[in-house]
Structure formats: structure tokens, C-alpha cells
Write a protein that binds this ligand. Structure first.
Ligand SMILES: [Zn+2]
Length: 303
């Protein structure tokens, strides 16, 4: 019998976000990669190519930003609203490692392209709204930024600089042509006073250090490949920061698709309406039809 050749391959990290820091540079970071979760979300809709690309980018950004919130302490929502342009509304949210999103758009030939078109054409006049809903305090923090730049990634970077005054690098890489759609990204933030506002003693050279890290993160030639194709997210970090002596990995979170729609959920929402209001919502068969925009499912509720 011929000897069999067994090929050992490292497992491919997918639907995960990894939290890390570069302590020498006062940098905290996240790398995230979405695969089956992204496929599930896209599959529920019959989106044109440009909308698939845009939503993939938005979902990976939402994952990176949402993972900045401590688990079970709140929800992050990003919403793009525009009054002109091809995209009308884009909503994504992240709650307890679960992500979801959808897009409403106007008919436009630009949506059939393979690449994201000019930002003005896509959104016209629009803005990005970032909302943090904190569970414990029930407080809501909201930041707004104009949709200027060449990508959603750039707009969100601008949001961090304007609204939170945190120097931020955000990079995303999308591959929807492979056997499975994949979206990956990296978020780096410079926090010389530490996450909790602690004063750190080792910030003497860190402004220069941050500038170097940011420059490297933005210019690494094979960055997209490191984000999308490197099997393990830890080895992605090694490829992205080869010069760093210490890259501290704090943990990984498994990601899931976050739709919360169910008959029970809509039942409880409808029960808050008066009997008269509910009667007005019924169709001729006495059934209330409710659509979930996130997963394009329809629920028929017998009142
Ligand atoms: Zn749903």
C-alpha cells in the first residue's frame, strides 16, 4: 500500500475577534474576521454587488467597534442615513458578540459594479451616526460625522478623531469572490493614558512610537492578505507587527449572527399596542404581518 501523505494545516480562525495590545506603544487593538456569519447575513437578501461589498465592510467595522464595549455591558449601532445617492439607509449593530445589519437602497446602475463606486455617488449627502447604548446605566452616547472621504472605513476613522479624540487606525479587507465571503479588519487606538484613564509612566517616546505603528499599519503591502488569508489571527498579528517585541493577546471572542427576531419577540412588541391599533394592523385574514429588515423574514401573527 502506498504511503499516504498527510498534510497538516493550521486551523483557520474565522468568525472571531481577537483583542490585543502593544504595551510599548500604548496601543490597544482588535483584529476580526467574518466568514460563515457574513455569508448568512448576505444570503438572506438579494443584494446587488456594491451593496454586498458595502455591508461586508460595515459589518466588520461594527464588529471591531462593538468589541470595544465590555461584554454584556451594551450595544453598538452604526447607521448611515442619506437623502440622495444610491444608498438610503444602512444599519448594523453589535450586542454580546452577535452582529447583524441591512441596507435599503434606491435603484441605480452604479450598484451593479464590482467595486465600490465614488462615495458621493453612493451616499450623496449623508451622515454616519454611532450609538452606544449602555446596559447598566441605560445611558445612550451618540456621535455624528459627515460622510466625507472615499470609504466607510475612512469616515469611521474620522468619527474617532472628531467625537472621541482618539487617534485611530482602521483597516478593512473584503473578499467576496472566493468560495466563501470573507471580511476582515484591524482597529488600532492610541491610548497613552490607558483604557481606564490611568496615567502611564512609559509614555515618553510613545507619540513617536504611535506614529511608527500607524504608518506601518497603513502601508504594509501584504496587509490585506495577512488579514484575510493568514490561518490564525495570532499569526496575522505577527505579520502585521514584525518589529514589536511585545504583542499581548488578551483573548478571542467567537462571533455569531445577531438577529433577535422571533414570534415571541414580535408578540411582546405588539402586546404594547392597544386592541384598536392592532386591529388596524391586521390584514383581511385577521393576521398581522411583521417584517424583519435584518434577515428579510416575515412573521404572521394571529392576534
Ligand atoms: Zn431577523
Amino acid at each position: 500500500m502506498a504511503a499516504m501523505e498527510i498534510e497538516f494545516t493550521a486551523p483557520y480562525d474565522i468568525d472571531q475577534v481577537l483583542t490585543f495590545s502593544l504595551p510599548d506603544k500604548s496601543v490597544r487593538g482588535r483584529v476580526a474576521r467574518l466568514g460563515p456569519v457574513l455569508g448568512d447575513i448576505l444570503q438572506a437578501h438579494d443584494y446587488p454587488p456594491v451593496i454586498r461589498l458595502l455591508l461586508s465592510e460595515a459589518l466588520v467595522i461594527t464588529t471591531l467597534m462593538g468589541s470595544l464595549i465590555q461584554k454584556s455591558s451594551g450595544q453598538l449601532t452604526i447607521q448611515v442615513q442619506s437623502t440622495s445617492g444610491a444608498v438610503e439607509l444602512l444599519v448594523c449593530d453589535f450586542l454580546e458578540s452577535r452582529v447583524r445589519g441591512y441596507v435599503q437602497f434606491r435603484d441605480d446602475v452604479v450598484l451593479q459594479q464590482d467595486r465600490l463606486p465614488d462615495f458621493g455617488r453612493l451616499f450623496g449627502d449623508g451622515r454616519l451616526v454611532v450609538t452606544f447604548d449602555m446596559a447598566a446605566s441605560k445611558e445612550r452616547y451618540q456621535g455624528l460625522v459627515e460622510l466625507r472621504g472615499s470609504s466607510l472605513t475612512q469616515v469611521v476613522r474620522q468619527y474617532f478623531i472628531q467625537s472621541e479624540q482618539i487617534p485611530t487606525v482602521l483597516q478593512t479587507a473584503i473578499d467576496l469572490d472566493g468560495p466563501e465571503p470573507t471580511a476582515a479588519g484591524m482597529l488600532l487606538q492610541y491610548l497613552p493614558d490607558g483604557e481606564e484613564g490611568r496615567t502611564r509612566l512609559d509614555t515618553l517616546d510613545s507619540d513617536f512610537g504611535w506614529a511608527c505603528v500607524a504608518q506601518l499599519a497603513e502601508t504594509t503591502a501584504d496587509r490585506d492578505d495577512a488579514l484575510l488569508a493568514e490561518p490564525g489571527l495570532r499569526s496575522t498579528l505577527r505579520r502585521l507587527f514584525p518589529e514589536e517585541d511585545t504583542v499581548m493577546v488578551h483573548g478571542t471572542e467567537m462571533l455569531a449572527k445577531g438577529c433577535r427576531c422571533s414570534l415571541e419577540h414580535y408578540d411582546s412588541i405588539l402586546s404594547r399596542f392597544s386592541k384598536e391599533d392592532r386591529r388596524e394592523m391586521q390584514n383581511e385574514d385577521g393576521v398581522i404581518l411583521v417584517d424583519c429588515a435584518f434577515c428579510a423574514r416575515q412573521f404572521a401573527i394571529q392576534d
